[in-house]
Design a protein around this ligand. Structure first.
Ligand SMILES: NC(=O)C1=CN([C@@H]2O[C@H](COP(=O)(O)OP(=O)(O)OC[C@H]3O[C@@H](n4cnc5c(N)ncnc54)[C@H](O)[C@@H]3O)[C@@H](O)[C@H]2O)C=CC1
Ligand SMILES: O=C(O)/C=C/C=C(\O)C(=O)O
Length: 480
């Protein structure tokens, strides 16, 4: 049995309470690790360590801070196989996905922000003979980073790396459901020689450890990714304390397929955008709208692709779909499938729990599921399911599909499939969506602003946006 520890002040330490939580492998339903059940005292120690480390860390030249981050990226790359296996064991995702997406991206997050630290420049405003204004960007101090279970190391590092690059010290909490790779990261940070206290990782539940982070008066900002309800609670707690907030929340993303698209590419990519990571990515396109004239050919090709998505042991190379993250989450998704039937949907594929033989007999597996015939404004088409469930709906006009696409409380990501450039831009600009992909999906350039409109969040991550978030701008005006 693995025993994970907190990483505070450069040391791996047990929780103050001595209490641990069980961590379950979703593919087998068996407990495989114990994780610290940390609380306010552990968070207080982490904040103290971060405050002590801050003056030296902020003074360190950006180049040296960057070198340390790049060193961590190299260690992640060195340990690719071990980290991918750990991520799969903890989350249920196929090892092949963790190996090609999650872990390489975690390394890229550190490499990107390691070098970005040196390119982060501030503005000057020169009025000849009058005044020179320049902006100084001060690191905020100690910041909190709280991440979810769907892309564990990928999203954990997406927050930590820019905070460290900007000169902040961090108290971070991974999801209690998937803590393993965050623990392995703490070992790599020690090996990389990251100064003690610069990054502190506290494990535990949202209600105890997470709550202590968002309430701590010395934590100046919270960067959070997770459910919209949790985001709301964080905003209610932290905003009156005047903490800066970056909230990346849920999505109910539309996938708009016009008749002039490259059908083969639209089908292949829609299979990925529907079912990657068992549909547990906030960017997944769960509402597929297809122009009526190609609805039947699209449907036939899509369903043929779905039939080829083997559900199986995530450690086996042939498995395209792994386990959902927990029994509770599987039950939530199954309730939405039942709701799809109640709301009048016709099941075209899936809909059932899968019993995988052998070591995975008690795992949380579900067939990739496709409905058609649901009203665009029904609950299944409005609420975030966060699982392998998509709906197909034919549309007749651009106006109609835009109204449906924009008709939810979310506004995170959208995908458009068309060969008509004018339409692509026109539709993109009309979508209430923080990210729009045209003829592609999840094509990521880490320099771009990343985040959602409406209930999908507040603020933007990525590139300079993230470095700005973790710093406070100060205007200095010199009379000439
Ligand atoms: N990226 C996304 O868009 C994600 C969306 N979700 C959605 O949210 C639903 C619920 O999933 P959960 O695991 O419960 O997500 P969650 O939003 O509760 O958890 C995300 C993180 O927030 C922490 N947290 C929870 N309560 C907190 C509090 N009071 N203060 C500070 N931190 C707190 C958790 O410990 C975890 O680290 C999912 O079914 C899905 O629909 C979940 C995970 C990721
Ligand atoms: O930054 C990315 O590339 C992806 C982010 C995905 C999420 O925030 C999510 O699924 O929660």
């Amino acid at each position: 049995m693995l025993h994970l520890q907190n990483y505070i002040g450069g040391q791996l330490v047990p929780p103050v309470s001595g209490q641990y939580l069980a961590s379950v492998e979703p593919a087998t339903g068996q407990v495989f690790a114990q994780i610290p059940d940390s609380g306010a005292e552990d968070v207080a120690q982490a904040v103290q360590a971060a405050e002590a480390a801050f003056p030296a860390w902020r003074r360190l030249p950006a180049e040296e801070r960057g070198r340390l981050l790049v060193r961590i990226a190299e260690l992640i790359e060195r340990d690719l196989d071990r980290l991918a296996y750990a991520e799969s064991q903890d989350n249920g995702k196929p090892v092949s996905l963790a190996r090609t997406v999650d872990i390489p991206r975690a390394a890229s997050n550190f490499a990107f922000f390691g070098t970005a630290a040196q390119h982060f420049a501030s503005e000057t405003h020169f009025q000849e003979g009058v005044a020179l204004n320049y902006t100084v960007r001060h690191p905020l101090g100690v910041v909190g980073c709280i991440s979810p279970w769907n892309l564990p190391l990928y999203l954990f590092t997406w927050k930590i790396a820019p905070a460290l690059a900007a000169g902040c010290c961090v108290v971070a909490k991974p999801s209690e459901i998937t803590p393993y790779t965050a623990f392995l990261l703490s070992e790599l940070c020690i090996e990389a020689g990251l100064p003690a206290g610069v990054l502190n990782i506290v494990h535990g539940t949202g209600q105890a450890a997470g709550q202590a982070i968002i309430e701590h008066p010395a934590i100046k900002a919270i960067s959070f990714t997770g459910g919209t309800k949790t985001g709301e609670h964080i905003a209610r707690t932290a905003a009156p304390m005047f903490k800066k907030l970056s909230l990346e929340l849920g999505g109910k993303n539309p996938n708009l397929i016009f008749a002039d698209c490259n059908l083969a590419e639209a089908v292949a990519t829609s299979l990925r955008s529907s079912f990657s990571n068992q549909g547990q990515i906030c960017l997944c396109g769960s509402r597929i709208f297809v122009e009526r004239s190609i609805y039947e050919p699209f449907k036939a090709a899509f369903l043929e692709g779905v039939a080829g998505l083997t559900v199986g042991d995530p450690q086996e190379s042939g498995s395209r779909q792994g386990a959902l993250v927990s029994e509770a989450h599987l039950q939530k998704v199954l309730k939405y499938i039942a709701l799809g039937h109640q709301e009048g949907g016709r099941l075209l594929a899936g809909g059932q729990r899968v019993q995988v033989p052998g070591r995975c007999a008690d795992g949380y597996f579900l067939q990739p599921t496709v409905f058609e015939g649901l009203a665009p404004n029904c609950r299944v088409n409005r609420e975030e399911i966060f699982g392998p469930v998509v709906t197909l709906t034919p549309f007749d006009t651009e106006e109609q599909v835009l109204e449906w696409a924009n008709g939810t409380e979310y506004g995170l990501a959208a995908t458009i499939w068309t060969r008509d450039l004018n339409r692509a831009h026109r539709v993109a600009h009309a979508l209430h969506s923080g990210i729009v992909w045209i003829n592609t999906w999840l094509h990521r350039d880490l320099r771009t602003p990343f985040g959602g409109m409406k209930n999908s969040g507040v603020g933007r991550e990525g590139g300079l946006e993230a470095l700005r978030f973790f710093t406070e701008a100060q205007n200095v005006c010199v009379k000439l």
